[in-house]
Design a protein around this ligand. Sequence first.
Ligand code: SAM
Length: 300
Amino acid sequence: MRFDIVTIFPGFFASIFDNGILRRALAEGLVTVGVHDLRVFTHDRHRTVDDRPFGGGEGMVLKPQPLAEAFASLGIQPKTERVKGTGFSPDVDAEIEPRALAPEGNASENSSPIPPPRVILLSAQGRPFTQALARELAATERVVLVCGRYEGVDERINQIYCDMELSIGDYVLSGGELAAAVVVDATMRLLPGVLGNEASSEFESFGVADAEIAVAEDGVPRSQHGAGGLLDYPHYTRPAEFAGLRVPETLLNGDHSEIRRWRREQQLRKTLANRPDLLEGATLSKEDRKLLDAIRGETE
Ligand code: SAM
């Protein structure tokens, strides 16, 4: 998978992708990140990327022309002109990511169409970035992230090129760079081969439901449930006793079914306490619902 990030601060990303899982994924070629300096696409002595807002008001706005040129250099056409199935002009695709090439002939005739790429404008006004959306992006071949600054980006860039506006939370950042890094991190760790254990992302917060997880039959019952949209359960490691607090006995007894039950209860407790809104969309079994009722009953 490839990410392209368009920014006026390319230096921001110098070390951010140089650690942990992402560093390894980059080194192994599982993911590619291109960072593109917007100022390269200016033509004046001062390399001007911003201008005053029409209508007056605070701050500056990122000009449309350098962004349009940046897109052209990346082979990204206006939405209305994109080749169906790729969204990118074929000659640039060939250089960048062979898997992103349009199939020969009519893309719509292909039995396994290539997922469309996404051109994303990072914006506090965007739709919320979620794990479900990260999964959707991980299924695409290429994502282009546009980092705003100042008051934002000239709206015509959004209209002409962007498939979606994306917000990483209900707060205002000073630029889209942190948001772009969040999107890259959360998405790339869902790519096959990036996490050591393929199933890890399914068992963690916001992960998929049990029924959607294929786990090898090894005769040992699983000690975890698929999160099914709930938050994760608490984790502990050695020592078994720390600062006078002992690890819950259930986790020490080796009974996988019991551990599984305990962990599920903790997931429900934590979700109810911290993110009750998630319960509405969560995949819950009959047993989960009973447990939830019991937990709710404790506080009444
Ligand atoms: N005038 C904008 C507003 O009120 O929505 C805020 C602009 S903000 C200071 C500058 C840039 O930071 C935005 O163009 C966007 O790219 C980025 N940004 C700010 N908050 C964000 C968020 N919650 N999620 C994603 N990007 C954000």
